[in-house]
Ligand binder design. Structure first.
Ligand code: ARG
Length: 472
């Protein structure tokens, strides 16, 4: 396959150099975007009289044919081609001859590759955001089933205060909602067209940048040609947004691993999303959440990789930028894979309400409420905290729970206790009382779920080309 350059060279490229710089093996993934960009560019060249309309038409038809053949697997990628841009252009010239050689007028691979990657990422960001919504929906659905399921809430992984399972699941919905907003935000800055920036300084031809940007569905054109070809902020932003998604998925996965252990026994993962052991016949392992937790590292790695690749680059394009693509592709594949497995896993897991309730009732999770009770009986919170702590110590010594103490034992601890203390510190009452907005009480989580469901409906029907309702 013929190179796009070579006139000024006296020697052939060395084989190892050819191989070292070649990106076709991975950037072939951009073929659709590359052809889309070239079609828009060719039409613009024709409209502006830079090439004949008839030549533009031949180019467009040739490119459409190439796209069709690649899609059907009829066109093999020639490893001799340097990258997807060279490959498609060489194929075009092979097919339509002279007119094909005119496609690259007023363009460089530098603005071309930046355009391709932005087009590609826009679609993928939207796709990933849709998967995020699927996970939020699955969690919200399970939350609705478990508005009244009591579980222990933890700090320091020590039982702290009783909450509802719904409340715990809804916490993840909030993280994922922020992730969704971050994707939308980074989409806005990805949605800018660099085409026309040429190699770095634009072109002397009378091109129409706004026309190509519109044709390609970009919301605006890049304001500075040097920035247009050297900017990969949108890549870094996307991988950061993906990293935080992975952080959240990994935390959730860690909890699923803990919860599905015999020690917790809060949930059972469906057989379809677990695996067995080659030696221990009894094992059922939570491989799916373990893999999600494990794959988080590679996305963080890509973030470090792209930031490091960018930090020392002089303006404008440098070949270092070719390193952006594998990072983007692997990030997309990883996040997509993780969301894709967690959605059905959440839909099919079984919650063990009995185990959760038993755990919630242990370890004095109602001790804060015992102190609060005294506050209502005119004891300062500091004193109430000490008295409740003494009650806990007494229980530990006697091997009892706070609700097992007798009325006279309570009176011995403090004269401020009355007979209504028992009702006050029942675990159900402790949860129900926390019905503040955003709280764990069944009444509060019901409101939160209703709000979330409304948000999901609004957001799903909102087009990406316009600002989201909660955008600034
Ligand atoms: N394969 C290259 C990349 O991914 C395309 C741009 C090449 N530009 C250049 N001036 N050699 O960055």
């Amino acid at each position: 396959m013929k190179k796009l350059w070579g006139g000024r060279f006296e020697k052939e490229t060395a084989g190892e150099m050819q191989e070292f710089q070649n990106s076709l093996a991975f950037d072939a993934r951009l073929y659709r975007q590359d052809i889309r960009g070239s079609i828009a560019h060719a039409r613009m060249l024709g409209r502006q009289g830079i090439i004949d309309l008839d030549e533009a038409e031949q180019i467009v038809r040739g490119l459409e044919q190439i796209r069709e053949q690649i899609a059907q697997g009829l066109l093999e990628f020639d490893p001799e081609a340097e990258d997807i841009h060279s490959f498609i252009e060489a194929c075009l010239v092979e097919r339509i001859g002279e007119a094909g050689k005119k496609l690259h007028s007023a363009r460089s691979r530098n603005d071309q590759v930046a355009t391709d990657l932005r087009l590609y990422l826009k679609d993928e960001i939207e796709g990933l955001a849709g998967l995020l919504l699927d996970l939020i929906e699955a969690l919200a659905h399970r939350a609705r089933e478990h508005e009244e399921t009591i579980m222990p809430g933890y700090t320091h992984l020590q039982r702290a205060q009783p909450i509802t399972f719904a409340h715990h699941l809804l916490a993840y919905c909030e993280m994922l909602r922020r992730d969704y907003a971050r994707l939308r935000d980074c989409y806005k800055r990805t949605d800018i067209c660099p085409l026309g920036a040429g190699a770095l300084a634009g072109t002397t031809f009378p091109i129409d940048r706004v026309y190509t940007a519109r044709k390609l569905g970009f919301r605006d054109i890049a304001a500075n040609t040097l920035d247009a070809v050297s900017d990969r902020d949108f890549v870094a932003e996307f991988i950061f947004a993906a990293s935080l998604i992975m952080t959240h998925l990994s935390r959730f996965s860690e909890e699923l691993v803990l919860w599905s252990s015999s020690e917790f026994g809060f949930v059972a993962l469906d057989d379809a999303y677990t695996t067995g052991s080659s030696i221990m016949p009894q094992k059922k392992n939570p491989d799916a959440p373990e893999l999600v937790r494990g794959k988080t590292g590679r996305v963080y790695g890509h973030l470090t990789g792209i930031l490091t690749a960018l930090k020392g680059l002089p303006l404008a394009y440098n070949k270092d930028l070719q390193e952006d693509k594998e990072a983007v592709f692997d990030t997309i594949d990883t996040v997509r894979g993780c969301l894709g497995i967690l959605v059905p896993l959440v839909r099919t897991l079984t919650a063990n309400e009995g185990r959760m309730r038993t755990a919630a009732g242990g370890d004095f999770t109602n001790a804060t409420d015992l102190a609060d009770y005294l506050v209502w009986h005119n004891v300062s919170f500091r004193d109430a905290h000490r008295i409740a702590g003494e009650a806990v110590l007494y229980c530990i010594q006697k091997g009892k729970r706070l609700e097992d103490l007798s009325y006279s034992e309570y009176r011995n601890i403090s004269p401020f206790f009355d007979s209504d203390v028992f009702e006050y510190i029942s675990i159900e009452a402790c949860v129900a009382r926390r019905d503040l907005p955003g709280g764990p009480a069944p009444a509060a989580v019901a409101v939160e779920i209703a709000d979330l469901t409304g948000w999901l409906e609004d957001i799903r029907s909102f087009p990406w080309s316009q600002p989201a309702p909660d955008d600034e």
